[in-house]
Ligand binder design. Sequence first.
Ligand code: G3P
Ligand code: CA
Length: 344
Amino acid sequence: MHSSRFRSIAAKAIGVLLMTATLSTQAQSQKVVIAHRGASGYLPEHTLQAKAMAFAMGADYIEQDVVMTSDDHLIVLHDITLDRTTDVAERFPDRVRDDGRYYAIDFTLAEVRQLRASEGFDIENGEKKQGYANRFPIGESTFSVPTLSEEIELIQGMNKSTGKNVGIYPEIKGPEFHREAGKDISSAVVRMLKSYGYASKQDKVFLQTFSFEELKIIHDEIMPAQGVDLNLVQLIGGVSSYPWMFEEDGMDKLSAFADGVGPEKGLVVSRDSQKANIQVSDFVTRAHAAGMQVHPYTYRLDPGQVPDYANSYEDLLEIHYFRADIDGVFTDFPDRAVEFLRNR
Ligand code: G3P
Ligand code: CA
């Protein structure tokens, strides 16, 4: 072959390779890691320490579950009750309700500040037994329940000091429960987000809820009233939660209100899958066709938490990120997901 023609073909081939590599990097760089309750696989969930660790591990977003105190402060707590992750039963034994639970909404912020937070636990034979045996030991060191503002200031402060732009991912917990108690938690959260500069879809925040009714109120009433337009995510626990979302036009209908969906991960890859037969549902294809991102939950590597169809946590990520084509994961182990995407 004439040498100039060879050089031309080689240059074109290299160009195609470079373009492919660039596109591939771009596609992968759009996939994100959301630290579920912080780096909760390593430090007690929803503590500022777990959030700082998630930040340092390179998570793209850090999650906050949000509930309200009796004096209308927003605190970062997964349950509407305090008894699974704090020592409330020891410090305020007479504040228990008839159902045996201690509700955050019955406590002032000053009281919540007196509690010590810990890894989640159940009581068995009068003893605290932590849900994940291999995680941070209960009773060691000192942790507390943060307010939403403290946590946003932590993340924004670290963004400033490191030059990063890590996002936040708040979830409105128990919106109907709060409404029945006369509290509009969603308006309070949106107001707080706005006060910290989160006002448009360009700002690095996703606001999530399991309640479509609440999502609709946030979209149609609360955000317009406050002059903001945030990215909204509809969480979906199962087909029975909202059967209409799984009908032919379900995702199109949902996309009128949501920018993304957060399904339980079994809705994306069937739990009946086997290593030789990975069953990817049409969930992601439908959501993408409707213009929504897909961020399933929750990816864990504790014993028994990686489904049998995957060889490892990383294999699980490979199947979900790249065979099912999801856009992000909620994970308790953000370091491993960040590393996985970096190496892919
Ligand atoms: O919000 C995504 C995921 O966190 C939903 O599950 O129960 O951990 O809030 P949960
Ligand atoms: Ca959540």
